[in-house]
Design a protein around this ligand. Structure first.
Ligand SMILES: [Zn+2]
Length: 369
């Protein structure tokens, strides 16, 4: 029988001593019980929503904190059943007609004719087999490009598209870097649908190439790994991977990249791909197949429609200060695209993420891929 997140303290306690110490070095875990005393008048609603009054009366809450990055998540499976919770990890279902209608209504947008509808970079455009680059019209960094897909439907995904996006983005970075050698921190990111922050529906992903420091949360991970090395002598990313593996949260390994379900997901259903020792220049060779496998698991098996992907690694050309930092890709589910309630609120911004999807269910889906 598969584990659940509420069993995590027992799973860690059952590890061999060295693995248990490693897990405890990485994660702080707190289990608490929340008790409610509902009036009799609420019983029918609670039964209908949560199955039984007793299931809601005593709730098991588990808080997990990464002691090094200070990423933290609070799990309560009951929250998935709240009205308007809008999570999609419960499984695939037929798309609501309104979702298809909104995508179709946007046909003919500027990304349907990118050569006349979007600006180019100073070096021109990179033309891949399935996407073409543009300069973002309102940039989030000195170099901020788009990879606009050759199809309007943002959910019409396949492996050749993913492979071509990665290859095209790397070529874009290489041309920008040739013009501006101090720009070397590449981040690839992808917002699918308005619910995930996309301002245009047409399928597209984005790239930034930064001077100085990488993006804030990337630097936060690098600092965590440096502190881990200084205080424990260990390799943070290797120990994180080994711990997730020991706890049964490793999904699959392809092309030297391994997919894990995160124990401290930033939002629902987070999957992390780690390719240790890979350079960012190898993103296309190393991550195309595993990233497609993750996207397929998310969109076809879990029914994810709105999602965010981020991909980063050591700077272009390498840097000894980034030794040990792997190539990383992450995906999160942003919930039901038509839900009127945002999935990001004050706790996510100022506290910890509040999560319904169980990482042990996420990894089961990954394993089937
Ligand atoms: Zn379009």
């Amino acid at each position: 029988m598969p584990s659940t997140i509420t069993q995590l303290p027992d799973l860690i306690a059952a590890l061999p001593p060295r693995e248990r110490e490693r897990a405890e070095r990485l994660f702080e875990i707190e289990v608490s019980e929340g008790i409610i005393e509902p009036p009799a008048e609420m019983a029918p609603w609670i039964e209908q929503t949560f199955g039984a009054v007793e299931a809601a009366r005593r709730q098991r809450i588990i808080r997990i904190m990464n002691r090094w990055t200070f990423e933290g998540a609070t799990f309560n499976s009951l929250r998935a059943q709240r009205p308007g919770a809008g999570t999609t990890t419960s499984g695939p279902a037929a798309d609501p007609p309104e979702l298809r209608e909104r995508i179709e209504r946007a046909q003919g947008d500027d990304f349907c004719h990118p050569e006349t509808g979007t600006p180019a970079d100073t070096f021109g455009r990179v033309r891949g087999a399935h996407c073409i680059t543009a300069a973002n019209v309102a940039k989030a960094d000195g170099w901020h490009g788009l990879a606009i897909f050759d199809r309007h439907d943002p959910l019409a995904l396949d492996e050749p598209l993913i492979a071509d996006f990665l290859a095209t983005a790397l070529e874009w970075a290489s041309r920008a870097h040739a013009q501006d050698p101090a720009a070397r921190h590449l981040m690839l990111f992808w917002n699918c649908l308005w619910r995930a922050g996309a301002s245009l529906i047409h399928g597209h992903a984005q790239m930034t190439l930064s001077h100085g420091m990488a993006h804030a949360r990337v630097e936060q991970q690098r600092a965590a790994a440096a502190r881990y090395r200084a205080e424990t002598g260990g390799d943070y990313f290797a120990d994180l991977a080994a711990t997730l593996d020991a706890l049964g949260l490793r999904g699959f390994t392809t092309d030297g990249a391994t997919a894990y379900a995160s124990l401290t997901p930033v939002k629902e259903g987070e999957v992390i791909l780690l390719a240790p020792g890979a350079r960012i220049e190898e993103a296309s060779a190393r991550l195309a197949a595993p990233l497609w496998a993750v996207l397929r698991a998310a969109t076809q098996d879990m029914g994810v429609r709105a999602f965010n992907v981020g991909l980063y690694g050591p700077p272009l050309g390498g840097d000894p200060a980034w030794d040990g930092f792997p190539l990383v890709a992450r995906l999160v589910d942003r919930g039901a695209p038509l839900s009127p309630t945002s999935d990001i609120a004050a706790l996510e911004l100022f506290g910890s993420s509040v999560i319904s999807a169980d990482p042990f269910e996420v990894v089961e889906v990954l394993r089937r891929r």
